[in-house]
Design a protein around this ligand. Sequence first.
Ligand code: MSP
Length: 511
Amino acid sequence: MKQDNFYITTPIYYPSGQPHMGHAYSSIIADVFARFKRQDNYKVFFLTGTDEHGLKIQKSAEKAKLNPIDYCDQISKVFINLTKKLNLSNDDFIRTTEKRHNKSVIDLWNRLIKSGDIYLSKYKGWYSVSDEAYYNEDEIIEKDGKKISTFSGSTVEWVEEESFFFKLSAWQNKLLEFYKKNEKFIVPYSKRNEVINFVKGGLKDLSVSRTSFSWGIRVPDNNKHVIYVWLDALTNYLSALNFPNIKDKLYENFWPASLHVIGKDILRFHAIYWPAFLLAAKIEPPQRIFSHGWILSGDEKMSKSKGNILNPIEIVDTYGADQLRYYLMKEVSHGSDGSISLKNLENCINSDLANNYGNLCQRVFSFIKNNCNNKIVKTEETSNADKKLIDESNLLMKNLRNEMNNQNLNNYIKSIINISFLTNKYINDEEPWKLKKININKMNNILHLSLEQIARISLLLNPIIPETSNKVLLALNIKLSQTNLSFLDGSEILGKKVEIKNLDILFKKIN
Ligand code: MSP
């Protein structure tokens, strides 16, 4: 991979039902990082898609009385629509039923056969269709007469069938060495420790094929078997770059992936199986896995089976995409679980977006329109209050690149919204409306400095609320494509003379 390139992925979604807030959350996080990196001059490739094979999808198709591919064609469109509704900036949308993906999975399988990491035997054990995961005996309990996984709470069934196995046990020490050498391979740290402890506890060989159903990619030279859906699905990250053609520009430019954004429920697959498959196949593993927490409704994970879903599409239609994006990124602490509710969403829109950032833009733009004919020129004089705001704002901005690169989105947003708060306070204290007749230069300076902060805040919020922030940037005559983040060192964005355009209300307050 080239130095200034950045390859970021979301998990590809099971199209087994309607998209929910957990899906939206995972996608928006990745989109925010992708947009930030683009602004920071990286060449970015951002991938999402749908995970269409396996028993779970086969069963969903049967329920819908459709054959699996028709079912997938239908429902993957719903997920494509979600990417549009959420305003995701993905560069590709991969479906695991595509030819390019099939080719890639077969190649990976053959590499694992060639390296001697796959052998034929018999699987006897527990399987959860809803997680598409195998569980050990000590991960199963009985509840209400049903066997369930203690990890996910989903029902498991007993499986006994011929199966190919991947020699995961042989990779235990090499994985531990890999985690040691790549300290930030798994973030946050708590998740890294969880994975390391699990691996230290001992790894069993992994069943990587099934014979009791047919919806999947067939094992080469053994038609009875379909490849385990997780080995199939994880490979999407390679197939989107046209692997196995390793001379392909996309592969050359973007592999190994910079960041896989995933939810904590699928950490084991990404942090253990995936690097083990890749190391065995002599392919460099990704650089980082960022595991986020769950979106909860009350105290429970939001999921279809629990019926506690907030529909992201309805929320976007009612409140707006930026509003939902901002709320999820600000309120849900990354790495931990977070409860969401309509009440909190509305409070967040009112307090941060309407009353703070929206109000700041509105009051400054309409004042300049009404009193200065949309033109401002600043002088060289700076008051103590100006200096104080500049220093405080610079200080808040200093660590922002670092916060983003360490996936500390909450800190990032808090700092920016604080700049907005301080700028509002500065305007209240400085009262430019009283200066029109007494000191027009000072008034202009106050307005100019306020506009400079608005430009900063809007550029920094762009990855999170792109639609609204673009409106403000347009009104400031700033072209996003021609700006980067060099102002993070405190340098000025606006020239001495600024001409602005009219700006409409950005966020409606919710009563
Ligand atoms: N198909 C697999 C991923 C394969 S990647 C090679 C999958 N799909 S999923 O549709 O079930 O989940 C997609 C993403 O949404 C995952 O990151 C998952 O953690 C996330 N979420 C699903 N429900 C969630 C919540 N309630 N809260 C937050 N994210 C959760 O897993």
